[in-house]
Write a protein that binds this ligand. Structure first.
Ligand code: NAP
Length: 384
């Protein structure tokens, strides 16, 4: 087991749960990093007086004020986050939201570190580049996304040649069973009410559109080196089966338990061993497990993601960037719920496809997609 951890995105849902797990395991937290110099980070910094504090954003006044409150020991900027991720000998938990997490994942891998990867956008936007870093270095990724942690654990001791199919489970989100017409006019408050998981805002909205599952399909493709014909999605509304693997002999393995992100976070820190966890024991009596097909006609995001994944190159990065812009616009009331998927589709049509071979390539296509998506918002419209 690791002795010390760097927590990126420490103020978010994954970050705060990582700090709980670290406390339970008695691990040293060497770095806390977040997007803004806010109160949550300040409280965390005081709770971990020996940790280095890193902040990506904030204007110069906010930064000065934050530094004064902390009495030094804070560094600013994206480069400082990448430097913290490359501190050798630490496990880096990447709980940053969005493509902003990619450079830290690459820096950590290049330094030979283990990355506990919650930031699925690292693989979605930068899949080819992250794979190249994995091939070149000594670093490794242990997935934290519950579905990928589940599959990773099902594959321990197995050979990928013996896998016939991965099946990612999805809760279906708050709008499961609704029609296209019913989705017009749903509000951010409704979309933020996830039935089984408590998560950050972007991933919660993505769960409502099914973009989250689409991002996860692409993440699984890069993590497990399987082509898209061998990756399926099934709705499991109780979120008890976290994903499954079918083998060529007809055997299945699945990973079951509470919907509690502390379990995959802890596994990423202790793998290949396990430690006593914080989750309450799971009881089977009284539990019903249902499985159903996703409604691909109503939730187009899933097929859009499969298509983008199959195109490869820049398409997943464009899809992710457009979705980040769309989710923000939806939460701000500038775009209707169905408009999220439409905006992503139009952005994918508008950005020229290309290969990605470096972080700069990814960031360039990400920026281009954001500009186009931003300019298309009013064209897509509120109730579209
Ligand atoms: N939450 C879950 O249960 C869950 C499950 C599976 C996978 N994931 C994945 O884990 C990632 C994080 O999700 P979350 O739900 O924890 O999100 P969240 O609650 O919104 O937290 C995001 C974190 O990222 C930080 N951040 C934002 N922009 C940043 C930047 N440019 N540089 C550095 N830090 C930045 C935020 O800092 P500020 O607070 O300062 O903005 C915050 O600490 C996402 O990729 C998500 O898909 C989450």
């Amino acid at each position: 087991m690791t002795a010390s951890i760097v927590v990126l995105g420490s103020t978010g849902s994954i970050g705060t749960q990582t700090l709980e797990v670290a406390g339970n395991l008695g691990l040293e937290v060497t770095t806390l990093a977040a997007g803004h110099p806010g109160d949550t980070l300040l409280t965390q910094a005081r709770r971990f007086p020996d940790a280095q504090i890193v902040v990506a954003g904030g204007d110069s006044d906010e930064r000065k004020h934050f530094e004064l409150q902390l009495g030094g020991r804070v560094e600013f900027g994206d480069d400082a986050i990448a430097t913290a991720a490359s501190r050798q000998g630490s496990v880096v938990v990447n709980g940053i939201v969005g493509a902003a997490g990619l450079s830290a994942t690459l820096a950590a891998l290049e330094a030979g570190n283990r990355v506990g990867l919650a930031n699925k956008e690292s693989l979605v936007a930068g899949g080819p580049v992250v794979k190249a870093a994995l091939r070149a270095g000594r670093g490794e990724i242990i997935p934290i996304d519950s579905e990928h942690s589940a599959i990773y654990q099902c594959l321990v001791g197995e050979s990928i040649e013996d896998v016939s199919r991965l099946v990612l489970t999805a809760s279906g989100g708050p709008f499961r069973g609704m029609t296209t017409e019913q989705l017009v006019g749903v509000t951010p408050d409704q979309a933020l009410r996830h039935p089984t998981w408590e998560m950050g805002r972007r991933v919660t909205i993505d769960s409502a559109t099914l973009f989250n599952k689409g991002l996860e399909v692409i993440e699984a493709h890069y993590l497990f080196d399987l082509d898209y014909d061998r990756i399926d999605v099934v709705i499991q509304p109780q979120s008890i089966v976290h994903s499954m693997v079918e083998f060529v002999d007809g055997s299945w393995k699945g990973h079951l338990g509470h919907a509690d992100m502390r379990i995959p976070i802890q596994y990423a820190l202790t793998a290949p061993r396990r430690a006593t966890g914080m989750a309450t024991p799971f009881q089977f009596p009284g539990v019903t497990l249902e499985f159903e097909e996703p409604d691909r006609n109503t939730f187009h995001a899933l097929d859009l993601a499969f298509d983008a994944g199959r195109q490869g190159g820049s398409s997943p990065a464009v899809m992710n960037a457009a979705d980040e812009v769309a989710v923000e616009a939806f939460l701000d009331g500038r775009l209707g719920f169905p408009g999220i998927t439409q905006l992503v589709a139009r952005t994918l049509e508008g950005v020229e496809w290309r290969e990605l071979s470096s972080l700069d390539d990814v960031m360039a296509v990400d920026a281009e997609a954001r500009v186009l998506a931003g300019s298309l918002i009013s064209a897509v419209g509120y109730t579209d």
